[in-house]
Each structure stands twice: as C-alpha cells, then as structure tokens.
Design a protein around this ligand. Structure first.
Ligand code: SF4
Length: 182
C-alpha cells in the first residue's frame, strides 16, 4: 500500500510559533479543528511534512500580526524561497519513490503567509505612535487569495514539475479542506 504524505503549515503541529492571541473563543475553535485534523491524519497513517514558519524565522515570537501587504515584497519572498527549497527537494525525492502518495499541501487560511483560499489584507505599516490606530485595525479583512509563502511555494513546485493540491484549514468549509486527507 502506498504511503501518504501531507505537507502542512508549521503551526498545525507547533502553535508556539503563532502570533500571540487574546481572543480565546476563536482560538479554542481553531484549536479544536487543528486537533481534529492532526488526529485524523495520524489515525489514517498520513505522514505530516512540516513547512517552516516564515514569520517566526524572520521576526521571532514577539512579532505583531501582519497583513499580506507587509510581506508582499522581494525580500520576504526571497526569504520564503530559501526556506522552501529544502522542502521542495524532499518532495522531489519522495516523488521519485513509486510507493509514496503526495496528498497535497494544507495551509492556514487567513494567514498573510500561509493562507491558501484566503489571506489577510489591510492598510498596515509605519510608526504606531502619534496615530489614531482604529482605522488601520478595522481595515484588516479576510480576502480571497494565497499568502506570500504559499504563493512562492506554488511557483517553486511548478518550476520543479510538482503538481500538488492546495487546501487551507480554517476556511469557511473546513470539511472540504480535510478531504485532502482522503
Ligand atoms: S506564518 Fe504560517 S506557520 Fe507561521 S504561524 Fe502563521 S500560519 Fe502558522
């Protein structure tokens, strides 16, 4: 029987990398879905290949939440590529193995880096002091489209002839995302 591998965003397995959250209600709903996903993968014998967390590796654990517009520049994209190249090489190696089934990539919808169907957009940037922050905070919205890491990952896989399905956890249809484990 073919072994199955699913590529997952880093924080699906390690929430310590995430931006600190204070809205506990939403966090616990996310946590339940995360645990359900991990449990389903493990009980089905799906191997989980963990992507690097580009935000933690660039800005550390005390970073603010960001929006897509702040990461949409050549330097962050280059950094994402550097992190993703070793993963792509591993996938190429698994793809050569006739007995391994690459199920796809499961990202984190709503993330400016790891979103797949949805990312996070807004007019953020610049000094915080001396400004009325309310309009900037309220400009943040869930928007269709990939996060920057997932955009670069899609391009890198295509350049290497790898075609993988992309799904995002926490999208409006979580069961659809989980079907990547079938
Ligand atoms: S950048 Fe990606 S892996 Fe890191 S915390 Fe955000 S969603 Fe998770």
């Amino acid at each position: 029987m073919a072994r199955k591998i699913l590529v997952v965003s880093h924080c699906l397995l390690n929430t310590a990398a995430k931006v600190r959250r204070y809205d506990r209600g939403e966090s616990s709903a996310e946590e339940r879905l995360r645990l359900k996903t991990a449990r389903r993968a493990l009980t089905r014998g799906v191997q989980l290949l963990q992507l690097p967390c580009p935000e933690f590796l660039t800005y550390g654990g005390r970073r603010w939440g960001h929006v897509y517009e702040q990461f949409d520049h050549p330097f962050f994209r280059k950094r994402c590529r550097e992190m993703l190249e070793p993963v792509c090489e591993q996938l190429l190696c698994y793809a050569q193995d006739g007995e391994i089934d690459l199920l796809g990539v499961l990202g984190i919808d709503g993330s400016p880096s790891c979103g797949v169907k949805y990312t996070c957009r807004g007019e953020w940037g610049g000094e915080l002091s001396g400004r009325d922050l309310a309009p900037f905070v309220s400009s943040v919205r869930l928007a269709p489209g990939r996060g920057v890491l997932m955009e670069e990952f899609g391009k890198l896989l295509a350049e290497n002839g790898l075609k993988l399905r992309f799904e995002g956890l926490f999208a409006p249809e979580p069961e659809r995302a989980l079907s990547v484990l079938e």
